[in-house]
Ligand binder design. Structure first.
Ligand code: PLZ
Length: 453
C-alpha cells in the first residue's frame, strides 16, 4: 500500500502533488522551449497553444511543467478536470478497466459500463420523466447527435442557435458556432438550416429575461417560422462566447415557447455540466427541464466521453442503427465517468463549486470597484469571468485582456480568455483546488491586473 502511494508521489500527478505555485525557470523554461520547437515542426499551425509550457504532471489545483515549474490551474483544461487531474477514484477505475478490456465497440458486443453511465445520466439530469442516454466522444459530436435526434423526432430541419454561441468545430456545429475567427474562417460552406437569434446579454443589452426572450422569439417566428424548427440549442450559460449568464426568465420563456410549438429544447451543457456552476447542471438554476441535454468535458475526469440524454420518446425516434460510432462510450471512458460521478457526489463538489464561486465573485467585485477597466464580473459557481473594457468608450478591450492573461501566465497562473471580442478573462478552477491555493491565485491575479497597463 505505502509503496503504491510513494510511487504515485514520485511518478504521477493527482492530489498528492505539492499544492504550491513554484517558478524555478523563466517561463517557458528550456525544456518546454525545446519541445515547442519540435511541436512547430511536427504539428500544424492551425492547432494553436495558449501557454507554451509542456505538462509533466497535474493534480488538485496545480500543473507541473517539464522544467519543474508548478502553476496554479484556473482552467481545468477548459472545464474538464473538475474532479482534479488524475483524481484517485478515476485513476483506480481506469487502471482496473484497462486491464480487463480496452474496447469492443458497444454496437458490436455491449458492456455494463455504458449502460451504467446511461442510467446515471438519466437519474441526475433535470426532470424525473423516463429518459435515455447515448454516448459519444466529444462535445461537438454530442451536440450534432442531439440535432439529428431532434430532426428525426420532429420531421423538421431548422435549428435555432444564439449570438455568441459555441457548439463545436465539426461541419454542423461550426455552422452553429457564432464566431468567425478562429473557428469558421475559410472552412465553409456551412451546414444549412441553422438560424441565429439574439442572446440575452445583460451587461450589453440591459434587457430583462422575458424582453430578451421576446426579441429572440419574434425574430425566429418571423424569419424561420416556429413550425419549421426541429430544435432550439442553447448554452444555459455561454462558455467560449464570454461566460454570458442570461437575464433571469430568459431560459424559462424560451422553454415555454419551444414546448408550445413542438420544438425540441436542447441544452448544451458541455461546459456548464457536472457541478461546474454550483448545480449539477446549469439549467437547474432556473428550473428549466430540457428535452435533450448534451454533455461532455467534466463527465469523465479527462477521458474523452460525451452524451446526449433526454426524454425517452424523443431519444427513441431514430431508427435502429441510426446513432453510434466506433468509440462512443468507450469502456475506459465509462469507467472514468462512473468514478467521476461518484467523486462529485461523495466530495459534494456542487457545494464546493458554490463556495469557490462566492470567493471568486467577492474578490473580483472588490477589484472591479477600484478599476474602471473591469466592466463586468459575472458567472455562477466555479465558472466566473471578468469583462475588460476601455473606460473611455465602454467598448471591449482585447489588448488589455491579452496582456493580463500573459502577465498571469508569467506569474504562474493558468488562465484562459474568451468572448466574441476576446475581452473576457475566465476562471474555471478544478473543484478539487485547495482553498489557500485559490486565495493565492486571486492575490497574484489582483497584482497582475493592477500592474498591467
Ligand atoms: N459546446 C458549450 O464549450 C467546447 C472549445 C475549445 P468538444 N469548448 C471548448 C476549442 O477551441 O476547440 C464546447 C463547448 C460547448 C460544445 C463544445 C465542443 O466540445 O469536446 O471540444 O467537441
Amino acid at each position: 500500500m505505502s509503496a503504491t502511494v510513494t510511487a504515485r508521489v514520485s511518478t504521477t500527478g493527482g492530489p498528492t502533488l505539492p499544492q504550491e505555485r513554484r517558478l524555478v525557470t523563466e517561463i517557458p523554461g528550456p525544456r518546454s522551449r525545446e519541445l515547442a520547437a519540435r511541436r512547430s515542426a511536427a504539428v500544424p499551425a492551425g492547432v494553436s497553444v495558449t501557454m507554451p509550457v509542456f505538462a509533466a504532471a497535474a493534480g488538485g489545483g496545480v500543473l507541473v511543467d517539464v522544467d519543474g515549474n508548478s502553476f496554479i490551474d484556473l482552467g481545468s483544461g477548459i472545464a474538464v478536470t473538475s474532479v482534479g487531474n488524475s483524481a484517485p477514484a478515476v485513476v483506480d477505475a481506469v487502471r482496473d478497466q484497462v486491464g480487463r478490456f480496452t474496447h469492443t465497440c458497444f454496437m458490436i458486443t455491449p458492456y455494463e459500463g455504458y449502460v451504467a453511465v446511461a442510467e446515471a445520466l438519466n437519474a441526475i439530469t433535470p426532470g424525473d420523466h423516463e429518459k435515455r442516454s447515448a454516448l459519444f466522444n466529444s462535445g461537438a459530436e454530442a451536440v450534432e447527435n442531439a440535432v439529428k435526434i431532434a430532426r428525426s423526432h420532429t420531421g423538421r430541419q431548422a435549428v435555432a442557435v444564439f449570438d455568441h454561441a459555441y457548439h463545436g468545430r465539426t461541419s454542423l456545429t461550426m455552422a452553429m458556432t457564432a464566431k468567425n475567427m478562429p473557428y469558421k474562417e475559410g472552412f465553409g460552406p456551412f451546414s444549412p438550416e441553422v438560424h441565429r437569434a439574439p442572446m440575452s446579454y445583460p451587461f450589453l443589452d440591459g434587457l430583462d429575461g422575458p424582453a430578451a426572450a421576446g426579441r429572440a422569439i419574434e425574430i425566429l417566428d418571423r424569419q424561420v417560422g416556429a413550425h419549421n424548427l426541429a430544435a432550439l440549442v442553447i448554452e444555459p450559460i455561454q462558455g467560449e462566447g464570454g461566460f454570458i449568464v442570461p437575464a433571469p426568465g430568459f431560459l424559462p420563456a424560451l422553454r415555454d415557447w419551444t414546448r408550445a410549438n413542438g420544438i425540441v429544447f436542447v441544452a448544451d451543457e458541455v461546459q456548464t455540466g457536472f457541478a461546474r456552476t454550483g448545480a449539477m447542471f446549469a439549467c437547474e438554476h432556473e428550473d428549466v427541464v430540457p428535452d435533450l441535454i448534451a454533455t461532455a468535458k467534466g463527465i469523465a475526469g479527462g477521458l474523452p466521453l460525451a452524451a446526449v440524454t433526454g426524454t425517452a420518446e424523443i431519444m427513441d425516434a431514430p431508427h435502429a442503427g441510426g446513432l453510434g460510432g466506433t468509440y462512443g462510450g468507450n469502456p475506459i471512458a465509462c469507467a472514468a465517468a462512473l468514478a467521476t460521478l461518484r467523486t462529485i457526489r461523495d466530495d459534494d463538489l456542487v457545494g464546493r463549486a458554490r463556495a469557490i464561486g462566492e470567493m471568486l465573485l467577492d474578490r473580483l467585485r472588490a477589484l472591479q470597484a477600484t478599476d474602471p477597466r473591469i466592466g463586468d464580473v459575472r458567472g455562477r459557481g466555479a465558472m466566473v469571468a471578468v469583462e475588460v473594457v476601455d473606460p473611455a468608450t465602454g467598448g471591449p478591450d482585447a489588448a488589455t485582456t491579452k496582456a493580463i492573461a500573459a502577465g498571469a501566465h508569467a506569474a504562474g497562473l493558468i488562465v484562459l480568455t474568451c468572448g466574441s471580442h476576446g475581452n473576457v478573462l475566465r476562471l474555471l478552477p478544478p473543484l478539487a483546488i485547495p482553498q489557500p491555493l485559490l486565495a493565492e491565485a486571486l492575490d497574484v491575479l489582483a497584482d497582475v491586473v493592477a500592474t498591467t497597463r
